[in-house]
Design a protein. Structure first.
Length: 393
């Protein structure tokens, strides 16, 4: 029987290496499906830790699957994220997620055979910007025989679970007709006017949204030159709702804004849905076990019930949570007034608090994995809760 002190001692022995790993990923941010450096650093660390590492796993170049154990016991998958955001780099702190996941795996590796369990540390690229790396891995069978999937995510509070809502991204293109903007504007059909009208209509729609419903977007192409009537204009919008059931009618209302703008301006409209994520189904017994372990490390947790949907984001771990019992715990690296996806959060992800989250996150994940393997009552409770949630999400 491995003890929690055993796995924590391994992480303490790897303290400098894990912090250096997080800092190295933070210093070289890479966008989704381009995380070649980060994936290699994480896979190398796992290989040194005794794992059988498959690189470019499941046909995704920047994924990896590090495996250990061949026993009949439960199969635990620990997910590592490591992609960054445009312009602001690791403003979501995924460097911490990757390093903590690797740390948990390395801590568990010496004990997995004796326990009789199975362990996979899975590199899951492209969570941001609708990349859906976990969905691609899910479809490819990466979670097919998993009993539990787990990860941590940096935040402004410690919490065993937090609401994450359903979303889809819509890429919109308006097609008009080019003409000289000064000499013959009457011969043109202005595609930028169509995008601006659509954006204005969406802005008016926002005041009528229900709690937990959100729409936000940017204009990505406003035309070629100011003296040419734009023949093409493009935008990307993200639509969110508490769950997929409520997302569908909201998407219809947003599409009405686009279609109306095209009709008003005489443009034609094309669109594509990309990066749809399901809402996260939290698993109470699993989240409670993580909270207990985090508190044993000295962290103070907040009640998830006080977190409003108005601050909820989205994640492709939501889709995983509909297929396998999942833990998506949040670990504090910054004060409550620090917004995610910001320069301040990026700085926190490389701060002493961020480094502490790598180590505590690794320990709490490893301790929770031991609970799944060795606590007789936990996995049945996890499975029962999962069955109830998937039946009535």
């Amino acid at each position: 029987m491995a003890t929690k002190d055993d796995v924590c001692a391994v992480i303490d022995g790897e303290r400098d290496a894990l912090v250096d790993l997080s800092q190295a990923i933070h210093e070289k941010p890479e966008l989704g499906f381009e995380e070649h450096v980060a994936a290699a650093l994480l896979a190398d660390a796992l290989e040194r830790g005794g794992f059988r590492v498959e690189r470019a796993a499941y046909g995704i170049e920047t994924s990896f699957a590090a495996r250990a154990g061949a026993g009949p016991g439960p199969h635990i998958v620990i997910c590592c994220e490591y992609d960054a955001l445009p312009l602001i780099g690791h403003g979501c702190g995924h460097n911490i997620i990757g390093a903590a996941g690797v740390g948990a795996g390395i801590a568990l590796r010496p004990f997995v055979d004796a326990i009789g369990g199975r362990l996979t540390v899975l590199g899951t690229p492209a969570e941001e910007l609708g990349g859906g790396g976990k969905i691609k891995l899910l479809d490819a069978g990466a979670f097919a025989d998993a009993d539990v999937a787990m990860m941590i995510h940096p935040s402004v509070a410690d919490v065993g679970w937090a609401p994450h809502i359903a979303t889809t991204r819509i890429e919109v293109a308006m097609h008009g007709r080019a003409s000289h903007a000064a000499a013959a504007p009457w011969d043109g059909i202005n595609a930028l006017d169509a995008i601006v009208s659509a954006y204005t209509a969406v802005a008016a729609l926002r005041q009528h949204l229900k709690p937990g419903e959100k729409v936000h977007g940017i204009i990505t192409n406003g035309g070629a030159a100011e003296n040419i009537v734009p023949e093409l204009s493009e935008a990307t919008f993200q639509v969110r709702a508490p769950n997929r059931r409520h997302l569908a009618p909201l998407v219809e209302r947003v599409m009405g804004c686009f279609e109306g703008a095209a009709t008003q301006t005489g443009c034609t409209m094309h669109h594509e849905h990309v990066g749809a994520y399901a809402e996260l189904l939290y698993n109470g017994p699993l989240a409670d076990a993580y909270r207990d372990n985090g508190e044993a490390l000295g962290r103070s947790f907040i009640d998830p019930a006080i977190i409003p949907l108005s601050v909820a984001g989205s994640t492709d771990m939501g889709d995983v949570s509909h297929a396998v019992p999942a833990l998506h715990a949040m670990i504090r690296i910054a004060d409550l007034d620090v917004p995610g996806h910001s320069e301040r959060f990026r700085e926190a992800a490389a701060s002493p608090a961020g480094d502490a989250a790598v180590l505590d996150g690794a320990k709490a994940l490893a301790m929770t994995a031991l609970d799944v393997w060795q606590h007789d009552g936990l996995l049945p409770a996890v499975r029962e809760r999962f069955a109830a949630r998937t039946a009535h999400p």
